[in-house]
Design a protein around this ligand. Structure first.
Ligand code: NI
Length: 132
């Protein structure tokens, strides 16, 4: 398996401003303030604490990519994102290990338009892979 490094924990929230306030009260620092991803119809913000990065994801439209998940999870962590030096090799390895791509690699404005792809495993649910 190509080497993977944890980049962030994706956290679904209904109200991003209230969530930011609550995380700040817990001692998180804002790393990148709220930015709108019009491809996915979500607002995204990055927070840091103790070397951990949390990504707040909040839908702003009923047809956002996470609107279905929101109904199921409410406010909750829902994916771990991994970085890798070799995106193609990691993608192939993950596929060989039973992960199925949910979408095609697509640029993410929240990551300076680096490609991200979401994959799902029957054993552990959803992960995200980000191109270097
Ligand atoms: Ni993410």
């Amino acid at each position: 398996m190509a080497s993977l490094t944890v980049h962030h924990i994706g956290y679904l929230v209904k109200k991003i401003d209230k969530a930011k306030e609550a995380f700040t009260a817990l001692g998180y620092q804002i790393e990148q303030d709220t930015l709108r991803d019009e491809i996915r119809k979500v607002d995204i913000c990055f927070l840091l604490k103790d070397g951990y990065r949390v990504e707040l994801v909040s839908p702003y439209a009923a047809d956002s990519v996470v609107s279905g998940l929101m109904k199921r999870y409410k406010n909750s962590p829902y994916h771990i994102c991994y970085e890798t030096a070799d995106f193609e090799a990691a993608f192939a390895d993950l596929t060989a290990h039973g992960f199925i791509a949910i979408d095609a690699p697509t640029p993410a404005p929240a990551f300076q338009n680096r490609d991200v792809v979401f994959l799902s495993s029957a054993a552990l649910g959803m992960i995200e892979l980000i191109r270097p």
